[in-house]
Design a protein around this ligand. Structure first.
Ligand code: GDP
Ligand code: MG
Length: 204
């Protein structure tokens, strides 16, 4: 029987961010089993996709919100950030500029999720260096990506390919795990003995 929302213990709102053309929409297509398209049309596309993950026997759903062109102006609205419980930051390993601009995205995230008084909710963020299949065109090394992830206290760093599917499920699944761990720790309480968290706690 297919998994349904009724079986889910929780639904979490997630935002996928990064410059245009890094492959955000393609990653979501890959996650939900849609065929990879060489040509994507930036302003056409779904607002969000839903995907159910198993986290230590419990089912949780990620509702992952995509951007439809406004990322070109880095003008993500407060409304889009409202209630966000997880973030995916994406750059293109073949395009150094999309790596350099990650700092703008991180600042924008920090500004948007700051509460009055300057405190922050811990929101798990993962970093994805996408288009890993384009090995010959790679401009941003794995070490550089990992260093950025460590510096920004990302919960995970993955080199992904929306084209081949490499690491796509793993990245989103790990994010589902980290969000569940923060929002509903009882669901993952007995997991610590099996799989200790590898990264630090993020406070952005
Ligand atoms: P977005 O603007 O971040 O949503 O980027 P899109 O998902 O629209 O992708 C932009 C372009 O990059 C499209 O031509 C995709 O086919 C291509 N693309 C996206 N992901 C990959 C990938 O992992 N590998 C390769 N080779 N191309 C990709
Ligand atoms: Mg897109």
């Amino acid at each position: 029987m297919p998994l349904s929302i009724e079986d889910c213990a929780a639904t979490y709102k997630v935002l996928i961010l990064g410059d245009d053309t890094v492959g955000k929409s393609a990653l979501l297509d890959s996650l939900v089993g849609r065929t990879f398209r060489e040509t994507m049309y930036p302003t056409i596309g779904v607002d969000f996709v839903r995907k159910i993950f198993e986290v230590d026997g419990a089912l949780v759903q990620l509702a992952i919100w995509d951007t439809a062109g406004q990322e070109r102006f880095r003008s993500i609205t407060k409304l889009q950030y409202k209630g966000v419980q997880g973030l995916i930051l994406v750059y293109d390993v073949t395009n150094e500029l999309t790596f350099e601009t990650l700092k703008y995205w991180i600042h924008s995230i920090q500004d948007e999720i700051a509460r009055p008084g300057g405190s922050y909710e811990p929101i798990p963020m993962i970093l994805c260096g996408n288009k890993s299949d384009l090995i010959r065109d790679k401009k941003v090394s794995t070490a550089k990506g990992q260093k950025m992830a460590d510096r920004e206290m990302a919960f995970g760093f993955y080199e992904t390919s929306a084209k081949t599917g490499e690491n796509v499920f793993r990245a989103f699944h790990d994010l589902a795990f980290h969000i569940t761990d923060i929002c509903h720790p009882k669901l993952v309480s007995n997991l610590y003995t099996l799989r200790p968290l590898s990264s630090q706690t993020i406070v952005i």
